[in-house]
Design a protein around this ligand. Sequence first.
Ligand code: MRU
Length: 380
Amino acid sequence: MADQYAGTDLGGQPPTPLALRWAEPPEGPVLVLLDQTRLPAEEVELVCTDVPALVRAIQTLAVRGAPLLGITGAYGVALAAARRYDVEEAAAQLAGARPTAVNLGYGVRRALAAHRAVTEKGATPEEAAQAALAEARRLHREDAEASTAMAARGLALLDELLPGGSHRILTHCNTGALVSGGEGTAFAVALAAHRAGRLRRLWVDETRPLLQGARLTAYEAARNGLAYTLLTDNAAGSLFAAGEVDAVLVGADRIAADGSVANKVGTYPLAVLAKYHHVPFVVVAPTTTIDTGTPDGASIEIEQRPGNEVTQLIALTPAGATATGPGGVTLVAPLGTQAYNPAFDITPPELVTAIVTETGVVSPVTAGGIEALCARSRQV
Ligand code: MRU
């Protein structure tokens, strides 16, 4: 029987479906997510009617990626308000659903502040809910605009760093339309290079253990017609050694005041490899991912995830069918094995060639450069 994963050709299909949308069916407002745990096998929507369901969706990574977590948090507050939950309590639950991506708390705080501001002026619950929703929509729009600006700045930087114009880019995790109101962060730059005819190849790290690269970036690359090749994370070293990587482009979950970058685990070793091989290592992230309240990398809380994400492979097949056996779970380590499973790691600023944001590029990456960028961004 044909393996449904092998050779699945997504090229030529419409662009990635919307990662998230607000809807108002007669039964009441809902937040509709594209369930990212089911990709690439199935494009299934997950309808969240309440805050606990949304918190679960965040924790299981049905919705994920720093900018999208911010947007989700803001809509989550709007959902809580529209459904007449205790909005303050719901906001705390949403903001605490995952610890590392600073955008989640940022999005929650923005919608909550809008809700509070009109409530204090005597608005009705309905008016306050509308204010929270308007703020979530504003953040969603701003993130889409930031994507476009980062793509343009990122491509200009690549052209400057790599004269000659045919780029072979290595990326890690997933940073496209699935994590953004627009076309994403690092992936949006690769997409811009592709559209400009200057992307020779996108090297896609599979990104163990949850395979955001294999399942999601390869899916987005295929749908957008990019020339891409998937590799296991531990094949990256030999790829650098063979001289096949011109630049590394990654996103970020939080950037500290000193320029330290928290991103999907496996990012730091890539930065070390890039330094050794004299390859530019570029971080692409909106200014909403910069957290000047966090002084350095050591102060960033790194999410630790369950060990069974490492010791088991969960078969992602339609309608509960299993590729591997009853229950859809394959053990890849003896029962009872303990696993070390941090979701993110920290790349120190000295390994980062540049940070590209929607308002400017920081290079070299220093505390002063980050501060100046933030000061400029506040004036914009
Ligand atoms: O655990 P995830 O899938 O939410 O992790 C996502 C990443 O690490 C992305 O690289 C990061 O959020 C940047 S996306 C613009």
